[in-house]
Design a protein around this ligand. Sequence first.
Ligand code: 3LM
Length: 397
Amino acid sequence: MKKHSLAFETRAIHHGYNPHQHHGALNPPVHFSATYAFETVQQGAAAFAGEQPHYIYSRLGTPSQSILEQRLANLESAEAALACASGMGAITSTLWSLLEPGDEIIADHTLYGCTFSYLEHGLKKFGIAVRYIDLQNPHALDRAISDKTAVVYAETPANPNMRLIDIAAIAEITANRQARLVIDNTYCTPYLQRPLALGADVVVHSATKYLGGHGDLIAGFVAADTETIENIRTYGLKDMTGAVISALDIHLILRGLKTLPVRMDRHCDNARRIAEFLHQHPKIKRVYYPGLEDFPQHELARRQMRDTGGMLAFELNANREQSAAFVNAMELVLCAVSLGDCETLIQHPASMTHSTYTEEELAQHLISPNLLRLSAGLEAIDDILADIEQALEKVPG
Ligand code: 3LM
């Protein structure tokens, strides 16, 4: 059977692993070993010099990590991938590798709270200029980009307000420049969206979310061409961040990937039903979900994503305290940060995931202080809707 003809669902289960080369074990072996023995000093020296392939030390990779990385690269349509200890480990290892003092990074207005904090309080401190623009409008990038711009960075959909970026349109602009386009694909996973195929140069992920899928690990990865990945591995990760993925988490992500397509379909269906329910409810002011017909970028979502995702955001016709009371009234739905878990989770970005922004910065970065964010879980939809309905009944008005 030709490998390239296999569907995503099949590759998520099989790619890069042959049980018959491992005693028939259905699941890849996990190597709980920090270091790897050489037969001779000469062999060790050749491995360190990169002249002879040999695992050296787990900060540089392990055999089980290689299987995971081959699978992730394949699913993201990338040449190579690097697994990391967290999404922030992937983002920081990548950007420390791509940027030099004096460079500029242009980022979209809306970023996950810790990514914003890393740019604002990390990169800036080390002589890198950080500029935020509205990447929903490619012309704005055309005007802003210069020879100093080394990286253009965006999430799509953006966390938490669901703004979409037209990856192909932005990539057309960066392709004619020095700048590398880095896309955080956490919200979509490669099952729903493949930024590299649309022209992006690098993809970063929090694997803590849908890829692991069960809220029991912290991990991340980056995917790109082989040269870029090896630079991030041997410089950004090895020397700058040390954000090494653990052996157990490698196993858990390989396990999570097998059910990713099945789970994503259900996450998408549940999110769509919740968005439609909230959309028609008189106590709801606005719903942000790309699958709604009146979502401003509904057409772009249809073009760029296989389905419209498991995340949504909304505002109540209520003030901040009343919105908090609504969340507190939930019984089944849990008030927690993170996303992509089996459990439906709700949280208040301004005081939780995006509390790294000041009140002024929230406004500048288009994040409403009353916004609530919901990660649709895998429970029966009627149970989720019943819980939301009973909590809404407790909101005055
Ligand atoms: C959250 N997000 O609840 P880790 N990129 C995106 C993310 O959403 C995240 C990361 C990177 C959340 C975490 S907030 C205290 C909890 C789009 C994480 C970072 O390092 O694996 O957490 O990924 O929105």
